[in-house]
Design a protein around this ligand. Structure first.
Ligand code: TXA
Ligand code: MG
Length: 350
């Protein structure tokens, strides 16, 4: 398949291309588009065949449900039932934006879209291109992250092209995303609101508007047989670069010291080594590949750069990766969750 790649730059041609993208979506094709969190792979959420195409393009297991994206708050009542008061308060506070609510599915949403579940995950993105596209399409748009299954979510169009060129109808380049980590998912179908995936909207943010917020215990540690995550996608080995990655925890001095030792060992073994660190520590490391994920003073910068760094480790042929920990900020839960998965929960305390 020939994939059309278009840049959104405010011209009439870009407007016409967006209208064309909306038509493709409505008619059952696949269009990748930017959102404020990560790029999404859009499809008509009402069509079972469109969901099947989405799973095929990503190489994703079909029991892993898709998030349904809407452009108008009132569309939530079209795709979900029993929306409820907690959902209303959360939507008032955080929509449009990086928050996904799991609700009871309405009959119009086929089970192919929800991976066989009778619940549906719904999000109203704030990105202007996403909002315009969904509005023009006139249908709810399912959109998983626009990466091949197992790769980090794409934060720039070039990563979508790397993974999906030739597999989808169109890729819309709207520049780099603002947040860089996927939305916070909250399940409202149980006894209490439960975080299934941490994100830019934090637990503290949620607790300001909803009471009794819980976190799915299965996402707090390494995969365990008796604890299955309630968001099916959270059970997969995601976000992982090809090389073995280890996170070092401890005081900044001890971590720097230990990573320096590990680099010496890697050099002796003839391995192409890589370090993931804050810009404040970059000068300390003598390594083949050095990636600064951002300043320790800005966890938003770290969130925005993390997936790009993980992808670049692969591109540059890293054979072993040593990472600092990036904790203490507002986004600590979301960043740690992705970093731990990338490292296969390999953590050394120093
Ligand atoms: O920020 C985001 O949420 C991005 C952008 C494109 O909007 N989308 C995204 O989609 O991250 P995806 O498919 O990569 O991740 C969706 C996650 C998966 O872990 C999936 O299992 C979970 O949401 N999910 C979807 N529907 C669900 C449901 N009904 N119940 C529980 N988990 C659900
Ligand atoms: Mg994904």
């Amino acid at each position: 398949m020939k994939t059309r790649i278009i840049k959104i730059d405010g011209t009439d041609a870009a407007d016409a291309a967006l209208a064309e993208a909306a038509r493709i979506l409505r008619e059952g094709g696949l269009v990748a588009f930017p959102t404020e969190t990560v790029y999404g792979l859009g499809a008509n959420a009402l069509l079972p065949e469109a969901a099947k195409k989405t799973y095929a393009a990503k190489g994703r297991p079909s029991d892993n449900p898709l998030i349904v994206h809407i452009a108008d708050r009132t569309d939530v009542y079209r795709v979900a039932e029993d929306v409820g008061e907690t959902a209303e308060r959360l939507m008032d506070a955080f929509w449009p934006g990086p928050m996904t609510l799991v609700l009871k599915k309405a009959a119009v949403i086929p089970r192919e879209t929800t991976g066989g579940l009778d619940t549906v995950a719904v999000r109203m993105p704030s990105h202007p291109v996403a909002n315009r596209l969904i509005r023009l399409a006139g249908v709810p748009v399912s959109a998983p992250s626009a990466n091949l299954s197992g790769h980090p979510s794409p934060t720039e169009a070039r990563f979508v092209i790397e993974d999906l060129d030739g597999k989808v109808d169109m890729i819309i380049d709207g520049g780099p995303v603002q947040i860089g980590l996927e939305s916070t998912i909250i399940d409202l179908t149980g006894a209490e609101p439960t975080i299934l995936r941490p994100g830019f909207i934090t637990r503290a943010d949620l607790e300001r508007v909803a009471s009794g917020v819980a976190t799915d215990p299965a996402i707090e540690g390494p995969p365990a047989k008796d604890l299955v995550p309630r968001a099916p996608g959270m059970k997969y080995r995601h976000y992982a670069p090809k090389a073995e990655m280890t996170i070092f925890r401890g005081s900044p001095e001890a971590v720097r010291h230990r990573i320096t030792e590990e680099l010496c060992t890697a050099k002796k073994q003839g391995l192409r080594s890589a370090v993931l660190c804050t810009s404040e520590h970059a000068a300390y490391y003598n390594t083949d590949i050095l990636k600064c994920v951002g300043s320790s003073a800005s966890d938003e910068e770290i969130a925005r750069n993390l997936y790009r760094c993980l992808r670049e480790f692969d591109d540059e042929g890293a054979q072993v990766i040593f990472s600092e920990q990036f904790d203490g900020g507002r986004l600590e839960d979301a960043i740690q969750n992705r970093l731990l998965k990338a490292a296969g929960y390999r953590v050394v305390t120093v």
